[in-house]
Design a protein around this ligand. Structure first.
Ligand code: UDP
Length: 238
């Protein structure tokens, strides 16, 4: 039997991934399916850290657009990620997979605070670690939190789960001739102006040579294939 290509990964799930076709919030059926796929990969012995977004509930930038103070709006966005993290963790419990939520904002009645050494310990003991509240700072995104936590825990790769199964030459929904990049270097992605992750996250991954694999979380088995090192989505490398 083949072995996974990675021992430790950082999976970035957007809040929208939990929404399914709903206009807002958490769709339990969708969460069940995603958690099932992650549990399968955990069963292969891969250590998994997850950074969860909050866009299915609240985005700071939208709050600011309607007149809210940006930093306040961003803190609301971070709290939204805590709700998502708790929902994910509970779904893992139903799958009998151990997980812990570590939050960059202290809300100790409900989740553990983020302490790097503790995160690594949980990973080594086979627990899935869900990083909540992004970086803990306004004006950042959970993409940046994914790059940061990925770097901190020594993940070998950041897996960016999106709706599209990789990075394309053009928008595949608008242009039928658009082609998927199987592999692309950081420099080439910049040269071609491809939006892989937000600019801060991308710059950090590039600086520390942390590869990113963009794939679709809605494609059954795709996560497993990425983890097995198969050609799935787009691999961005140094
Ligand atoms: N956010 C923040 N700092 C962080 C991470 C997130 O202020 O380090 C806020 C920001 O307002 C953002 C919201 O939390 O809009 C939800 O995160 P994000 O938009 O990254 O979620 P996703 O698009 O992945 O669902």
């Amino acid at each position: 039997m083949s072995t996974p290509a990675y021992r430790r990964i950082l999976l970035k799930l957007s809040g929208e991934a939990l929404m399914g076709d709903d206009p807002y919030g958490i769709n339990e059926k969708v969460v069940e399916r995603i958690v099932g796929e992650i549990a399968e990969v955990s069963g292969l012995g891969v250590q998994i850290g997850i950074v969860i977004g909050g866009g299915n509930i609240f985005r700071g930038i939208q709050g600011a657009a309607s007149g809210m103070d940006r930093a306040t709006a961003d803190y609301i966005g971070m709290l939204a990620t805590v709700m998502n993290a708790m929902a994910l963790s509970d779904a893992f419990r139903r799958h009998e997979v151990e997980s812990r939520v570590l939050s960059a904002l202290r809300i100790e009645q409900v989740v553990e605070p983020y302490i790097r050494a503790r995160a690594i310990r949980h990973l080594e003991e086979g627990r899935i670690v869900i990083f909540a509240a992004g970086t803990g700072n306004p004006f950042f995104t959970t993409d940046t939190a994914a790059a940061l936590r990925g770097a901190e825990i020594g993940a070998q790769i950041v897996l960016k789960a999106t709706k599209v199964d990789g990075v394309y030459t053009a928008d595949p929904q608008k242009d039928p001739t658009a082609k998927r990049y199987h592999r692309i270097s950081f420099d080439e992605a910049i040269g071609r102006n491809l939006a892989v992750m937000d600019a801060t996250a991308f710059a950090l991954c590039r600086d520390i040579k942390l590869p990113i694999n963009v794939f679709s979380i809605f494609k059954p088995g795709a996560l497993r294939r990425v983890v097995m090192g198969e050609d799935e989505g787009t691999l961005v490398h140094s």
